[in-house]
Design a protein around this ligand. Sequence first.
Ligand SMILES: *Cc1c(COP(=O)(O)O)cnc(C)c1O
Length: 393
Amino acid sequence: MRSNLQFPIYLDNNATTPVDPRVLQEFLPYYQQHFGNAASRTHAYGWMAEEAVELARERVARLIGAVPQEIVFTSGATEGVNLAIKGVAEMYQGKGNHIITCVTEHKAVIDTCKHLEKKGVEITWLPVNAAGLPDLQELEQAIRPTTILLAMMYANNETGVILPIAAIGQIAKKHGVLFFTDATQAVGKLPVAVQADGIDLLTLSAHKFYGPKGVGALYVRRRDPRVKLTPQLDGGGHERGMRSGTLNVPGIVGLGKAAELCRVEMPAESIRLEQLRNLLQENLLSLPGVELNGDPLNRLPHTLNLSFADRDSNSLLLHFNKTIALSAGSACTSATLEPSYVLKAMGFPDQRAYSALRFGLGRFTTEEEIMQVIQLFREFYPSVNTTGKTTTI
Ligand SMILES: *Cc1c(COP(=O)(O)O)cnc(C)c1O
């Protein structure tokens, strides 16, 4: 049988995705023929760049149910997180100095909140249950008269667990508190709708949905309520004063095209990915001692997080690194040997966190690849003695 398999098989799409060839084709001309500065108002080079940026703004807005004027281009989700949280903390300090977030947030949110905590902002760190979900009653009870912001991610990057965003949005609205969501893993994968979900601020990143790296956007609600932010970069006043700096026109064009492709292809793509993910899940869960991490129902369709009993993530990664590109959790912590703080926060014993692997499927993942991955795991298992205890693998 002829095989098109290329090794290692890429299953780390939650860390980053390859650029879709259709996206690449759309943005390449903006490096050379159409290299203009989108802020140049005096000639056709500038107009051309500006027009392309505005088309991208419409496409990003459409993907999340916003209007174009609510989109602020950034260098990615990390910048969006910093701008949203620090920008709100500074702008609304007259109203209060309390922010509510969750222990399983991405490091971008956690470290931004820790930074503010050192400067005197009060942070409530909500715990999660074994499924990775916060308790909404506890969330509501944590709101004080001085609370200015809820920062709760849309879907977790390690487990794929999706939070009850619309319910959180309702709680925020009821108490007159702003709601920011880090939707970096959800946008392009789930139908995100800022109006229906009551979201006031949302960050997204192109490289998580087949666009280029180093470009993203922050959605900032314009009415009911009109959200204001203190800019974190001072300069030429680009992006309605919220984010100064010459726009990354090729990146933004790529982000726009990537958003458009996701909007059109998401319904079919998410069904296909969920089927492939479930195929992988069922087969790997049938191996001895393998356990699923994260709520089985409220989960991104392309994400699977499993623990492998007595095995250890790092040796599993070492064993498979020529055949499968995987990670133990987030890319940001994969350089350390620390077990996942997300899994530990779910109350699992250390061993369960130490033995976890994340499988992130993507647009270019094929059924043949998934069958091959299942095969590789099956072949790996008989080599382990019957007690399942291993010193080396
Ligand atoms: C990848 C990721 C980020 C960081 O995005 P960058 O664009 O790489 O800065 C933030 N939050 C979540 C949930 C992510 O998955």
